[in-house]
Design a binder for this molecule. Structure first.
Ligand code: NAD
Length: 275
């Protein structure tokens, strides 16, 4: 029997490809995004549209409640809605920063919370997949700081969430590289920034390939799902930085007390490993 799948940011790009891939394999798919018009194109594929702004806490909760009841539960949830950085770090306003985090981070958390808490309460197995980015792993470029911060935060959030949830609910973090979608930085980005992003996206991977990797990775229960071999450039640099930093840390034996893992951390770790 087919699964019930809920996807945010499903009117376009990676989310649309994920929604279509699930529909093609016979799953019941609810595609959520900002406007009804942009979702209409999915109706012919048998996908059910749901108008939703992930920054609106009440409508996220309402969507989860109504979809859960109408479908007698939801099996897989893709938390995928996201936007790019509207401006570089030294140019951005606090409002721009806040807006990006509201969608990419807080909106993602609210969606996860709404569905995961229902899965736990119903003692029902489920799979959650959050679209982060290769930026979560150390890839970065000038101009994208706010976006990069939001995607790092998502990885951290999911790392904790997977330990807070029962084993029956898996958490995956999809970390794609550049993908050929309509991805943008929102209305208030400069024309130059928008043109740069459009040109970069046009060189990207087909979103159907990213969607396929997502479905397979979630099915396996992978925590991190990668799509681009070149993402390793960012990761290798991150590892180099961390290794260089550890090389500066005095040998544990020489100063054992200072570098010992505090007792409280040991207790928390032990508690997680018992779960
Ligand atoms: N395209 C890439 O190169 C790339 C790379 C890595 C990660 N990602 C991530 O993939 C995800 C999907 O992006 P995409 O590339 O498919 O871009 P996209 O713009 O084609 O799709 C994003 C979708 O999110 C929706 N959305 C934006 N704000 C929303 C809100 N408040 N509520 C509900 N929906 C909202 C948009 O309407 C859009 O349909 C994003 O989280 C993005 O950060 C994209």
């Amino acid at each position: 029997m087919g699964k019930t799948v809920f996807v945010t940011g499903a009117a376009s790009g990676i989310g649309r490809s994920i929604a279509r891939a699930h529909a093609a394999q016979g799953d019941r798919v609810i595609a959520a995004d900002l406007s009804a018009d942009s979702l209409d194109q999915l109706v012919d594929d048998g996908i059910e549209p749901w108008v939703l702004d992930v920054t609106d806490a009440r409508s996220v909760e309402q969507a989860a409640g109504q979809v859960w009841t109408a479908c007698s539960g939801v099996d897989w949830v893709y938390v995928n809605a996201g936007v790019g950085a509207p401006a570089a770090l030294l140019d951005a306003s606090r409002e721009q920063f806040r807006k990006c985090l509201e969608i990419n981070l807080i909106g993602a958390w609210m969606t996860l919370k709404a569905f995961a808490s229902r899965m736990v309460k119903a003692d029902r197995a489920g799979r959650l997949c959050v679209t982060a980015s290769e930026h979560s792993l150390g890839f970065q470029h000038a101009g994208a700081g706010i976006y990069t911060a939001s995607k790092h935060a998502l990885l951290g959030l999911c790392d904790v969430l997977r330990h807070e949830l029962p084993d029956t609910v898996s958490v995956s973090v999809l970390c794609p590289g550049i993908t050929n979608t309509g991805f943008g930085q929102g209305e208030d980005a400069s024309e130059a920034a928008k043109a740069f992003t459009r040109a970069m996206m046009a060189e990207g991977l087909d979103p159907d390939i990213v969607a396929r990797a997502a479905l397979e990775g979630v099915e396996r229960g992978d925590f991190i799902i990668l799509t681009h071999a070149a993402s390793r450039i960012g990761w290798d640099r991150r590892v180099e930085d961390v290794e260089a930093a550890f090389a500066q840390v005095p040998d544990e034996g020489a100063d054992a007390e200072r570098y010992a893992v505090p007792e409280v951390i040991r207790r928390v770790r032990a508690q997680f490993s018992e779960d």
